[in-house]
Design a protein around this ligand. Sequence first.
Ligand code: P6P
Length: 340
Amino acid sequence: MVDRNKKRVITLEEYIIQAQNKFPGATGDLSQLLRDIGLAAKIISREVNKAGITNILGEDGSKNIHGESVKKLDLFADEQMISALNRAEITCMVISEENDGIVELDNAGGKYIVYLDPLDGSSNIDVNVSIGSIFSIYMREKPGSNQLSADEALQPGLKQVAAGYVLYGSSTLLTYTTGMGVSVFTLDPSIGEFILSEDDVKIPDKGTIYSVNEGSYHSWDKGLKQYIKYCQVEDKETSRPYKARYIGSMVADVHRTLKTGGIFIYPNSSQYPNGKLRLMYECNPLSLIIEQAGGLAIDGKGRILEIEPEAIHQRTPIFIGSQENVLKVKEFLDKYSSET
Ligand code: P6P
């Protein structure tokens, strides 16, 4: 007898189609794009989970455009994502951390522009710590034109039509938003499908975890130093001292912040005067996710999503997480803004 009360699983494909049906005018192109990213994520997840067995761990001996050693898995993830996006012929160009300029796809007239960090946190691959893929999707301002330029891709984060990440951890999660809330899918390897595990996710208004690389403490501005001291002072009313948690993989640190509340920080410093993390394919997509979940993301002054980009690989400081935690660090940054 079928147990009709048993909750039926909803796959990523079914969810995307149901969401598309809410928009009668939808062409189905964005749905196709999200499904293609989902397919690439499954292939990358399989390779990440057996990386220790196949000869795909370690470095491939080359350096990326930022002078960072490239891991074999970085390149594999980049190839899989770009290949998946190319097949659907609705994306005209991809901008990826692994490539200096724009990667022109076969259909130069495609209406979408996709930013990728194909495998973020790759320094953690060889020590089996969670890593992630991040994607950010924009509509072209001049659809149909075969003249591609990076300028067309320089749009503020508020204009993203979709954004999300894949977290390769104890399980593989795909989290995304199209501006109508945040949904989380968990990969069920036994059937090879992403299954809806949480819908319309909301970040707690405040949290008791702060996440920052305290090894750089001495190169921070005074406001941030004072904020971290505030987090560490005992005060039962505000549940302090907070806990410090830092994985060193942005997708993992931000996903934990989404789930538990609190704040993730990668600030400007003497080593990284404009911050280390990339605006277009790390900070903007994760900021859209967190804001859609009711949180906040700033560069220390204003919203990350409102930054008018000047370069496709530009960096930005980021303070992202629960409203109350982000507003509190901003109080300290403003108070000590005139002091270094
Ligand atoms: P640090 C990983 O290399 C990364 O790009 C992000 O995923 C992560 O948040 C950050 O850099 C870690 O940087 O300087 O603390 O090692």
